[in-house]
Ligand binder design. Structure first.
Ligand SMILES: Cc1ncc(COP(=O)(O)O)c(C=O)c1O
Length: 472
């Protein structure tokens, strides 16, 4: 690690942990350089990166100040899930959410769909048509089980941004991140095994745990720093856990991004207990600041981490294009991929590979990151203004999902039912827990620009929530 990176990490942690509260002036460049015995340019580089991350601002002729939302609404509580392995429930609610997009006029506030109505996707749409035209016969054939080499090369190139040096042969293309997660789980567990997960947790991975006859052990999770390593260690001492599954960057649904030190500590814990980590990085490229955080995989030199991701959140859900870099488990995951769907259709792979190679992916991502960051702030302000007192809200640093914790009287399954009449849906909290916790929570999507229709829908959700409180 370079000197400025060490300093950057240290300062970021001090800011995140409140040692330097919002509004505080950081030490001058000269004094910090003397104090840490590093060059002026090292401190300048670290401060510049902090500024790029939006953690500090420069005030001309004055210095660097810690930046933040001075009147930020309170974050959700640290979760306290059941402290034993459980069978996952609530598939009916998940299915309801998946089918909630009821066409024309429906406002699906709860899905995890990205913005797809953007000019930055034009080159991809054209590329899909061109790819099909180029060599129709080749595209009717089936592809290598591992996926198109051209696409794997591009994925390997993108992985460099997250600190990962991957050879294309270490990557397997899958049908979305869901298949990457399922193949990974199947490769490292047997029915009846226990998998430790963050909580709340993405319902796709917990439903996969259910479908594979596994049990989920939900670990308390902090809304800013992620899965509690202390609670995880206690759980590993107590239960025969066989794998750890986490989404450490722009987490769905809680929004946290684990600080780098905690990622490394999580990896050390996995090494100590000789466990694989299934790392879901599906929202990683949507981190608002550059550079994006490094994956846990990037610190792993033993092949212990199975890194799963896809283009569903960064480009479009309908492509069904994901991948996994399974490290030591490559052969096992490859076999699971083969028996699952054999391989992926070539047209999408060719078009997406070209989209990345031309630089269009980076342009698209840059634009969306800015749009999502702006929408996050608008959405948080709206929720704060409209929702009942006592509402707590996450503060994601990437992606487009907000976790909202309402007063305890609000049952979001009931709320969702009532919203049906207004053609609105939300994602109720229960689907993000193995045991139906988070009944007073919900996930909202702010990928779409918050126009008057969306604002009206939010007013309706807030009004129904208020009614539920009054009736309780
Ligand atoms: C955290 C997370 N992982 C995986 C998936 C599944 O992604 P895909 O559509 O690529 O299968 C999703 C989709 O919502 C998700 O939010």
């Amino acid at each position: 690690m370079k000197l400025y990176e060490q300093l950057l990490d240290d300062l970021s942690q001090r800011i995140e942990q409140g040692y330097y509260p919002v509004g505080t002036k950081l030490p001058s460049i000269r004094s910090l350089s003397g104090e840490r015995a590093v060059s002026i340019s090292t401190v300048q580089e670290a401060y510049q990166r902090l500024e790029e991350r939006g953690m500090v601002e420069v005030r001309p002729k004055s210095g660097y100040y810690v930046q933040g939302r001075s009147t930020a609404p309170p974050l959700p509580e640290v979760s306290r899930p059941a402290q034993r392995p459980l069978e996952v429930s609530h598939w009916d609610q998940v299915y309801h959410l998946l089918n909630s997009n009821k066409g024309e006029g429906h406002i699906a506030l709860g899905t995890a769909m990205p913005e797809i109505d953007t000019p930055t996707l034009k080159p991809l749409k054209k590329g899909l048509i061109d790819a099909a035209k180029l060599d129709g016969a080749a595209f009717l054939n089936y592809c290598d089980v591992k996926g198109s080499e051209k696409l794997r090369q591009q994925i390997a190139r993108l992985a460099l941004d997250s600190g990962c040096q991957l050879h294309p042969d270490e990557i397997i293309v899958t049908s979305g991140c869901q298949e990457a997660l399922v193949c990974s789980l199947r490769a490292v567990t047997n029915p009846g095994d226990v998998v430790a997960v963050d909580s709340p947790s993405f319902y796709g991975s917990t439903q996969a745990i259910k479908a594979l006859g596994l049990k989920a052990l939900e670990i308390p999770t902090h809304p800013e720093t992620g899965i509690s390593l202390e609670a995880l260690e206690l759980a590993l001492e107590q239960w025969p856990v066989k794998a750890i599954q986490v989404t450490p960057t722009c987490n769905n649904p809680l929004g946290y991004t684990m600080p780098e030190e905690r990622r490394k500590a999580l990896l050390r814990l996995a090494q100590q207990y000789d466990l694989p980590i299934i790392e879901d990085d599906i929202y990683g490229d949507l981190f608002y600041k550059s550079p994006r955080p490094k994956t846990i995989k990037s610190f792993d030199d033993e092949g212990r981490v199975l890194l799963c991701s896809s283009f569903s959140k960064t480009i479009a859900y309908g492509l069904r294009l994901g991948w996994v870099a399974p490290g030591q488990c490559t052969e096992r995951v490859l076999h699971k991929k083969f028996v699952s769907t054999v391989s992926n259709p070539p047209v999408q792979q060719e078009a997406v590979a070209e989209f990345i190679a031309q630089g269009s992916y980076e342009r698209h991502i840059r634009k969306l990151r800015m749009q999502y960051q702006h929408s996050r702030d608008v959405m948080i302000d709206l929720v704060e203004e409209l929702f009942p007192p006592g509402t707590r809200i996450s503060y994601p640093k990437g992606g487009y999902l907000l976790w909202v914790e309402l007063p305890i009287e609000v049952d979001t399954v009931k709320l969702n039912k009532r919203l049906e009449a207004s053609n609105i849906s939300i994602a109720p909290g229960v689907i993000f827990s193995a045991s139906g916790k988070y009944r007073n929570c919900m996930r909202l999507n702010f990928a779409k620009k918050l126009d008057e229709t969306m604002r009206q829908a939010l007013r309706q959700v807030a009004a129904e929530a208020q009614l539920l409180i009054e009736e309780a």
